[in-house]
Structures are given as C-alpha cells and as structure tokens.
Design a protein around this ligand. Structure first.
Ligand SMILES: [Zn+2]
Ligand SMILES: [Zn+2]
Length: 126
C-alpha cells in the first residue's frame, strides 16, 4: 500500500469587507483578510493544520499587515469582528508609497526612482 503524504503551505482568503481610508496611500481601500497555514496531508487531503497566521492586504496599494490572531480567528469562524489600526502590524508597504520617491522631469516628463540630479534624457535639473 502506497501512502502519499506531504507537508505544504496553504493560503485561504477570508470573507471580510471593510472600506477605510488607507493609512499608507491615503486612498479608499478595502481590507482583504487572508490566512496562511502549514498542513500535513495524506492523499492530498489536509489532515492537520497548524502555524496559522492572519494577514490583511489593502486593495488600494497592496500594503500588507499582519493581523491580530484573535481577530483573525473570529473572522475565520465568521463571527463579527471589527479590525482597527491597533490590530495591524505593517509587514510590507504598498507600491504607492514607493512612488512618492519618484522624480519626474519638468522638461520632458521622464520618471525615475534613481537619485539623479539631472534628467538623463534631456539634461534638465530635477
Ligand atoms: Zn492604500
Ligand atoms: Zn527631462
């Protein structure tokens, strides 16, 4: 008898919707809650899950926060939970935050994230 078993990482999107003004990009965004976990499976059926972690991803700028696990459990049990800023720990800032560092040439419109003093296209000073 051959057993096929293994350990894998899983990800599950949880059902939670809240629209807020994002603290990272100051746009309107939605909290998208997901859970990651490790699992042990036999015949591709997950038997044991552990190491559950809960995250929130902003729909506006893809900023990722780690979520307070108590709130995460409530949401995964479909209990009503209200996520507040105190439940979130910033993991990865979204791409719009990076765009703030972008320079744009007033002469030709060339955009760069490099720290050039003069525009490499038309030579105008930034
Ligand atoms: Zn945002
Ligand atoms: Zn230029």
């Amino acid at each position: 008898m051959l057993f096929i078993f293994g350990m894998s990482q899983g990800k599950k999107i949880l059902d939670y919707t809240k629209t807020i003004i994002c603290g990272q990009c100051e746009g309107y965004g939605r909290y998208q809650v997901f859970m990651t976990y490790s699992y042990f499976s036999i015949f591709f059926i997950p038997i044991i899950r552990w190491n559950r972690r809960y995250y929130v991803q902003m729909s506006c700028c893809n900023t990722i926060y780690e979520l307070n696990p108590e709130k995460g459990k409530q949401i995964s049990r479909r209990e009503s939970a209200d996520i507040g800023e105190q439940d979130l720990t910033l993991v990865q800032s979204g791409h719009r935050a990076a765009e703030w560092n972008q320079k744009k040439c007033s002469g030709c419109g060339y955009e760069t994230a490099e720290n050039f003093e003069y525009c490499p296209k038309c030579g105008q000073r930034f």
